[in-house]
Design a protein around this ligand. Structure first.
Ligand code: ADP
Length: 248
């Protein structure tokens, strides 16, 4: 794995009125690294990803993407989506567009790419997630797991440098969780730089290069999966793991 730092977050703060959602976050993510963010509900995980994706205006601090510059300064917000891909818990596919038109919207409209060229890439990606035969289906004709895999393809088709996953399996039936996690696993194996927010601890253990544990808007542990699951340092992390009945 390359040691190059791709994403550097410095002193990131985010306030919603009086609520301090992020209280000074520092994090470096290297090219090809898989960072899994864990933490109790409301600790700021989603806000953190949304800031990196330019969906939230940050209150203080910096987000730097190697080769592009500072988010919101050298990288205009309308360009962020092509560099930082994000997939959400709810798939957010357009119901009136079929699969291929959902996927091609970003590449052709936001990136001004030629339809034929983008469609070739979309076909390859659809094959990769096992859904080429659903190219002309509409979202209502797909299962939750299939919709989520399409949402992943849609983000990948913009050729992002880094992918952010915000609890992408949380709304899925258990049997569909696996098919989506397999796609994430394959991406990780192929060297995609990823930040993954999840409650799937076995998956986190398996796929993460680095575990980040958040509490009340701060990163309280940044460590290896082995260290985090075998020897959590903070009481909060211990009780978090105990709530999954994994820590004894
Ligand atoms: P998590 O993803 O860890 O569950 P969030 O990032 O969603 O946490 O939320 C962090 C904190 O910020 C919470 O206190 C939440 O209520 C608050 N928050 C998140 N989004 C908004 C918003 N749009 N307006 C006001 N408060 C928000």
């Amino acid at each position: 794995m390359s040691e190059d730092v791709l994403l550097k977050v410095k002193g990131l703060e985010k306030k919603y009125g009086d609520i301090e959602a992020l209280k000074g976050i520092d994090l470096e993510v290297k090219k090809g690294e898989v960072v899994v963010v864990l933490g109790p509900s409301g600790c700021g995980k989603s806000t953190f990803l949304r800031c990196i994706n330019g969906l939230e205006e940050i209150s203080k601090g910096e987000i730097h993407l190697e080769g592009y510059g500072l988010l919101g300064k050298e990288i205009p917000f309308e360009k962020v989506r092509g560099i930082v891909g994000m997939v959400f818990q709810s798939y957010e596919l357009f119901p009136h567009l079929n699969v291929i038109n959902n996927i091609l919207l970003g590449p052709t409209k936001a990136q001004n790419r030629k339809k034929e060229e983008a469609e070739k890439q979309a076909d390859e990606l659809l094959n990769r997630v096992g859904l080429f035969n659903r190219k002309f289906s509409y979202p209502r004709e797909l299962s939750g797991g299939q919709k989520q895999r399409i949402a992943i393809v849609r983000a990948l088709c913009m050729n992002p440098e880094i992918m952010l996953f915000d609890e992408v399996t949380a709304a899925l039936d258990p049997e569909m969780v696996r098919e989506v996690l397999m796609v994430l696993l394959e991406l990780a194996k192929n060297g995609m730089t990823m930040i993954v927010v999840t409650h799937e601890l076995e998956f986190a253990k398996h796929v993460a290069d680095k575990i980040v544990f958040m509490e009340e808007g701060k990163l309280v542990e940044v460590t290896t999966p082995k260290e985090f699951f075998n020897n959590p340092k903070t009481e909060r992390a211990k009780s978090f793991l105990a709530s999954f009945d994994l820590y004894k």
